[in-house]
Design a protein around this ligand. Structure first.
Ligand SMILES: C[S@@+](CC[C@H](N)C(=O)[O-])C[C@H]1O[C@@H](n2cnc3c(N)ncnc32)[C@H](O)[C@@H]1O
Length: 299
């Protein structure tokens, strides 16, 4: 459900065969991973951009698909979107089944080049640095996935994101304590600007203790490129992520009962940790239908 479409996997093969001598890709990927670990976001070259597409995009695409599905289930919609720090175009590919007008902003020339090769898209991609980007048009939705993490002045980037949007703002981040800090910062700014969190919970602050962080996880089939780049044997990868979707209007989509940890299935009952809006609670359910509920669902 969250794996890349076949034609994109085919284009990744082509990219790898045409441009990436095997050892080159592995080296570029390990440089990229090291840079991410050290929070050192240098200008990417073409090998880095290919390594990103082969090694990271299957996971960021999966997370984006997951978040779009969750949004769709609210019954809400928008007709146009701006993708900030679009990378190699994971959101563009994920939006294929939606009738939504898409616009990208990506400062790296190498990433834009790979974006075009993957999506076959020759429409304009804004090439500016987002922090210097002049706002001329507003979009119904603004999307920033794995982007805030890379920005030094997070506060002003977040303010600008809200300023650009008319209805919805999507922020996706790595499922790490640092990624979650960025989500909390976004929530703080949203509150100051009178925006409301819609998903994964409608709580304006956060009730988790400082040592904990709210994140989710999806399991993806590991592509052959990913296995090679990471020298990994398992046929799947687990991608952990944090996210928040904000709405300009206050909404009563659900009463807060988001399952925030993997449910613990025991014989005859399931244990859920849920965020209720009035604190974190542990709830035990014995009915059969509860066994189908997953991490991230509403109880
Ligand atoms: C980790 S990648 C995420 C790509 C894509 N959103 C995804 O989820 O796969 C972050 C992207 O943001 C871009 N970026 C970082 N700072 C930027 C800025 N100030 N303005 C525009 N793009 C920026 C980087 O070049 C990179 O392509």
């Amino acid at each position: 459900m969250f794996d890349l479409p076949k034609d994109i996997l085919f284009r990744l093969d082509e990219l790898s065969e045409t441009y990436g001598v095997n050892r080159n890709e592995v080296r570029a990927y390990s440089e990229l991973s090291k840079n991410y670990r050290n929070q050192n976001f240098k200008e990417m070259n073409f090998s880095h951009a290919i390594a990103y597409a082969l090694g990271r995009m299957p996971a960021t695409y999966g997370v984006i698909k997951y978040v779009l599905e969750r949004f769709k289930n609210t019954g809400k919609n928008f007709s146009n979107i701006l993708d900030i720090g679009a990378g190699v175009g994971a959101l563009k590919i994920a939006l294929r089944d939606y009738e939504i007008s898409y616009k990208a902003l990506e400062k790296s020339e190498a990433m834009r080049k790979v974006f075009r090769k993957l999506s076959g898209d020759d429409s304009k991609i804004y090439s500016e640095d987002f922090l210097k980007f002049q706002i001329e048009t507003r979009y119904q939705a603004v999307f920033a996935s794995y982007f805030i993490n890379e920005i030094k002045n997070k506060k002003s980037a977040l303010k600008k994101i809200f300023d650009l949007s008319e209805k919805y703002v999507f922020i996706l981040e790595p499922g790490t304590p640092n990624g979650f800090k960025n989500i909390l910062e976004a929530k703080k700014i949203a509150m100051e600007l009178n925006w409301y969190p819609l998903l994964p919970c409608a709580t304006r602050g956060c009730q988790l203790s400082d040592e904990d962080w709210c994140h989710f996880s999806i399991r993806l089939p590991r592509t052959k490129h990913h296995a090679k780049l990471k020298n990994a044997a398992l046929p799947y990868e687990d991608e952990k992520f944090c996210y928040v979707i904000f709405s300009k209007k206050e909404t009563s989509f659900f009463k807060n009962n988001t399952i925030i940890k993997r449910p613990m299935k025991k014989s005859g009952h399931t244990i859920f940790d849920v965020c209720t809006g009035n604190g974190i609670r542990r709830i035990v359910r014995t009915d059969k239908s509860s066994r189908k509920l997953q991490w991230g669902d509403q109880l």
